[in-house]
Design a protein around this ligand. Sequence first.
Ligand code: 5GP
Length: 190
Amino acid sequence: VELLKEKIRQEGRVISDDILKVDSFLNHQIDPILMLKVGEEFACRFAGSGITKVLTVEASGIAVALMTGLCLKVPVVFAKKKQPSTMEGDTYCGRVRSFTKEEVIDIVVAGSYLGPEDRVLIIDDFLASGEAARGLLKIIDQAGATLVGIGTVIEKVFQSGGETLREQGIRVESLVQIGSLAGGQVEFLN
Ligand code: 5GP
């Protein structure tokens, strides 16, 4: 967690009062050693919960989800942002309003990769309004699978997605919590 904060302090760029850019290690260039540590941390926090699948959304969640799946030794499924012509059979769908791109997208998972026997951990890079998480919850619901919890690398607490999800009784683990980005300053909570 301290390493992550240090990276954010040194390399993060505050784009506006609500967007943090971390392209040098998470969203464009990826630091694999840091990602592995992040995966180990999530695996440790959710150890013993009987997780069978890690679920994320393409593209920026994949690196973190992959490392978490590696540490938990379970498969990683990423929801696709468009239904490819190669996707056959039943599909589960969710609708997500993209926070950074200001558009509405449909996310899709093939029926064969999620089912009622699965215990699912949702992993994402950022938690802001919780839209992406809610889209994935809808997919888990359609699959009849069980949600174990949500793990996110950076939670922007002032955007209340985490609060709403926790109020629903969902376990949300964030490695770094940001209380404010006002005035170009990153204010950490934890
Ligand atoms: P939410 O759906 O919770 O509003 O936003 C989560 C998604 O939006 C994440 O998957 C992430 O890709 C993107 N996102 C939200 N806030 C930020 C931000 O401050 N910086 C970056 N780089 N991505 C963000």
